[in-house]
Write a protein that binds this ligand. Structure first.
Ligand code: CP3
Length: 347
């Protein structure tokens, strides 16, 4: 089979013969074969075994026929290398024994050592680069989202301690943003050197900030990260996560190629707020997958019609897949997106 570069073409706003589709969290618990592996291996065990991590990455590509692979890893993996001990607890998420609270805690963080501490991840990328016939996306967590775990110590709904540091100790906050920004740049550059064909920065929780606070406390670091990758030709995606619609008008200066949209923003409006500067990716409500197939298809069709109004559209969900999603519906959805978009483009 020939290499399928529809995803890369769409990132660059080039013409495609059918729309590319992939799903955030496409390797996961909705797949019985994945659940079987998880009976005997934790997420971190899998990540430390490159052959197994590559296999788990490939599973959804084979089963669903998606147009991109996403590295099986977690946004927390690189923080092990800067000096944070964490675990990923089932049905909870990342948990940290000694959360960051003081200037001293932040000062102690080390620079990332990708070739030493994280060589298993680089090896996984190399294996996938040899095996894949679709582009490999790798990713990092963005500084606000990572900071929220490092400061809270566990998933949070309010981000109260994170905001307490941001507002109350801005010098400590910006030192942390600088260190996490450096971590992300070094980490993603190493991914691309190992064979990643695109990178996505997940800022899943930054939508908890007002636009003014986003501009003051976070955006300068986001701009610096994409600037620090801008000499590399591989497409770069920024996903500002849940409830991020109001932040879109502030992203004009970000040197990314693609912006991921949350499902609360209609595609057309998202593009307007972004001044048509970027390709867009998204944004089906993941929970629509609980609905009957005809309703899922109707919603997907409406998205595709809007997405095709201008070049540069990648079909995805507005956030990650959830464990109760059905493999059969996802496969049917993927086939529908390909079939419907191919005939719409041919018209
Ligand atoms: O998309 C993919 O298929 C690639 C793998 C991937 C994982 N995490 C594996 C994982 C990706 C892209 C991530 C990113 C990630 N991790 C984000 C950003 C994306 C998002 O959802 O907004 C965040 C916030 C995390 C932190 C994290 N890791 C959470 C909140 C959880 C959920 C805890 C739970 O059990 O529900 C995790 C664990 C995790 N990371 C799982 C997977 C497949 C689920 C648990 C498991 O299968 O062990």
């Amino acid at each position: 089979m020939a290499y399928n570069d529809n995803f890369i073409r769409a990132c660059r706003k080039q013409p495609v013969d059918r729309l590319p589709v992939w799903y955030m969290r496409q390797a996961g618990r909705y797949d019985p074969d994945y659940r079987k592996i998880k009976e005997t291996h934790s997420l971190l065990d899998i990540c430390k075994q490159p052959e197994l991590a590559a296999e788990v990455t490939l599973m959804p590509v084979r089963k669903l026929g998606v147009d991109a692979a996403i590295l099986y890893s977690d946004i927390m993996n690189p923080v092990a290398s800067i000096g944070i001990d964490f675990d990923i607890v089932k049905n909870v998420g990342p948990v940290i024994d000694n959360p960051l609270r003081s200037a001293e805690d932040v000062r102690k963080l080390r620079p990332i050592d990708v070739d030493g501490d994280l060589s298993h991840i680089i090896e996984t990328i190399r294996i996938l680069d040899r095996e894949l016939e679709v582009p490999l996306i790798t990713f990092a967590g963005a500084p606000f989202t990572i900071a929220s775990y490092l400061i809270e110590g566990r998933p949070s709904k309010s981000y109260i301690r994170t905001k307490e540091m941001m507002y109350g100790a801005p010098d400590v906050w910006f030192m942390l943003m600088d260190k996490l920004g450096d971590m992300v740049i070094t980490y993603l550059r190493a991914h691309i050197a190992a064979g990643a064909k695109a990178v996505q920065l997940f800022d899943s929780w930054v939508g908890s900030l007002s636009p003014a606070d986003f501009r003051t406390y976070v955006l300068p670091t986001i701009e610096r990260i994409f600037q620090g990758l801008s000499d590399l030709p591989q497409p770069k995606i920024y996903f500002p996560g849940v409830s991020s619609g109001e932040l879109l008008p502030d992203l004009h200066g970000v040197k990314a190629d693609v912006i991921g949209l949350d499902w609360r923003v209609p595609i057309r409006q998202g593009r307007q707020r972004l001044n048509d500067r970027f390709a867009v990716q998204g944004n089906l409500d993941p929970y629509i997958l609980t609905a009957p197939m005809d309703l899922i298809e109707r919603q997907a069709q409406a998205l595709i019609d809007e997405g095709l109004e201008s070049p540069g559209y990648i079909f995805n969900l507005g956030h990650g897949l959830f464990p109760e999603a059905s493999l059969d519906k996802l496969k049917a959805l993927t086939d529908f997106i390909h079939r419907y978009s191919e005939s719409a483009i041919a018209k």
